[in-house]
Design a protein around this ligand. Structure first.
Ligand SMILES: Cc1cc2nc3c(=O)[nH]c(=O)nc-3n(C[C@H](O)[C@H](O)[C@H](O)COP(=O)(O)OP(=O)(O)OC[C@H]3O[C@@H](n4cnc5c(N)ncnc54)[C@H](O)[C@@H]3O)c2cc1C
Length: 468
């Protein structure tokens, strides 16, 4: 049996980060990975999706700038855009990540890891042999999540695309149906429309897109989609899916039939209706936990109900917030708890999760929405200002729109939530995150003077709207 201080099952961003922080402190580490070191994020999620969105975003940006717009004389070079996406994903090879881990003195164990007892992990390697590992300090589950296919009649039979298929697709579908108007659905809808899909239709069961955002953000995105020819169908209940037989090369078209009798047909269907934690086959039943469920953790990411406190779960598999940066945050908190007995808690998970939808316009939020703040009994005051109504926006291009909103705890005079919409606005979010996390008093923020002419001047207008 091989011994390590810490064994990490799953080498996505959360797993890699805890490995890095532990090896930095001289701990011996094994990372067990069944696919590619770097995880979903590097190869089939954050990185390729942002690479697919970027060419269309830059083109739209240039078209907003007189002088530059005239230079945009042709369509996107789709082959070059897809080749760039392939570069960003290192062509789905993890040599670079392996080099990093080994350079940091971590040990990569390729294969499928399962807990088999207290601090013990068996790894079934690609050749079928089993490698037995034991952790002296902790085992960390960082196994991520997978896309779910909802139980709709015929849906599995039409061979829909999931997030992996759409982020790695090598051809632009002529007509794309997107089931699910969450972050993955809306980002991929716009990316592929701008890459040349003739028709894109987003179908969602809810009353608006990206429901975790403020209603105004959903509305602005829907309007932008309609303007660029992306159809948005809301409050839709899908009764069944079917695919016609092929009449030549490839597959026949796929049709979604709604309960109200409407039908929508496309060449491909992306199903982006949510994710489930990868906890089905990792042996958590061996330590009394429920397979298939998110691993419940405390605020130091220690699995609840496991005696001895040696099991941790970070990233998507604990179901707290399915975002790379939050998984990495949890990794830092857990590493310090494991190695140094730190008592620092992961409280930002509850109060200050930053989140960006990388569409054009971008939607960016941190902390509480107005409704959530009211639900929590905060003495709420809301101020907002048009993103385009500052000098910084007018020199960035013509027709820049969007909204910047702060949710203020009026009794404490601190910001508890912020939502910004507009082109490229995600880069402005970190200032709001600092204000929320630091509970910076508004009277202090008054002295944080934004440079002229930046879009950040909107901060001044928001503080003035509050009454400063
Ligand atoms: C299309 C898309 C776009 C996204 N865009 C963003 C974005 O822009 N920003 C953002 O913050 N988040 C984004 N996300 C979410 C982000 O991808 C996840 O939150 C992040 O990947 C979670 O990291 P993780 O380390 O927990 O898990 P993962 O990245 O899922 O990695 C888990 C790893 O564990 C391995 N594994 C699982 N089980 C075992 C086992 N038993 N043995 C060995 N190995 C195992 C898997 O092979 C995988 O490599 C996006 C998601 C999708 C689907």
């Amino acid at each position: 049996m091989e011994q390590f201080d810490v064994i990490v099952i799953g080498g996505g961003p959360a797993g890699e980060n805890i490995a890095g922080r532990c090896t930095d402190c001289g701990a011996s580490i094994a990372v067990v990975e069944s696919e590619l070191l770097g995880g979903e994020c590097s190869y089939w999620a954050c990185m390729p999706s942002k690479a697919l969105l970027r060419p269309g975003e830059v083109l739209a940006e240039a078209r907003r700038v007189p002088g530059a717009a005239a230079a945009v004389t042709g369509p996107l070079d789709v082959a070059a855009a897809l080749a760039w996406r392939d570069d960003i994903t290192s062509h789905w090879h993890d040599d670079g990540q392996v080099e990093w881990l080994e350079g940091a003195d971590g040990v990569l164990v390729r294969g499928h890891g399962r807990l088999v007892g207290e601090r013990r992990v068996d790894v079934t390697q690609p050749d079928g042999t089993v490698r037995e590992l034991e952790a002296t300090k902790a085992v960390v589950l960082a196994t991520g999540s997978s896309a779910v296919v909802p139980p709709i009649d015929g849906l599995r039979d039409v061979r829909p695309w999931d997030s992996r298929a759409i982020t790695s697709a090598q051809e632009v579908p002529g007509r794309l149906l997107v089931l699910g108007g969450g972050v993955v659905g809306v980002e991929m809808a716009q990316a592929w429309k701008r890459l040349g899909a003739r028709e894109v239709t987003v179908i969602d069961a809810g009353p608006r897109l990206v429901t975790q955002f403020e209603p105004f953000a959903s509305e602005e995105l829907s309007e932008a989609f309609e303007e660029e020819g992306i159809t948005v169908v809301l409050d839709a209940s899908v009764a069944r899916a079917s695919r016609d037989a092929a009449d030549g090369e490839g597959e026949g078209p796929v049709t979604l039939a709604l309960d109200d009798g409407r039908t929508f047909t496309g060449d491909e269907l992306l199903v982006a209706t949510g994710r489930r934690p990868n906890t089905t086959d990792v042996g958590i039943d061996a330590v009394g936990l429920e397979p298939g469920e998110p691993v419940e953790v405390d605020d130091q990411l220690r699995a609840a109900g496991v005696e001895g406190g040696w099991l941790y779960a970070i990233g998507d598999c604990n179901g707290r917030t399915l975002l790379t940066h939050m998984g990495k945050y949890q990794a830092r908190i857990a590493a310090d708890a494991i190695l140094h007995g730190s008592t620092v808690q992961a409280w930002a998970d509850h109060r200050a999760v930053p989140s960006v939808v990388f569409t054009d316009p971008q939607l960016a939020m941190v902390g509480l929405t107005e409704a959530k703040a009211r639900e929590q009994g905060v003495d709420v005051k809301v101020v907002s200002h048009g993103t385009g109504d500052v000098a910084g926006a007018s020199v960035r291009g013509k027709g820049i729109t969007g909204t910047c909103q702060l949710v203020i705890d009026d009794a404490r005079r601190v910001i508890v939530g912020a939502t910004f919409t507009g082109p490229g606005i995600g880069e402005m979010l970190h200032a709001a995150t600092i204000a929320v996390v630091g509970e910076v008093p508004l009277d202090t923020l008054w002295h944080a003077v934004p440079s002229f002419p930046t879009v950040s001047e909107v901060w001044l207008r928001l503080l003035e709207a509050y009454g400063l």
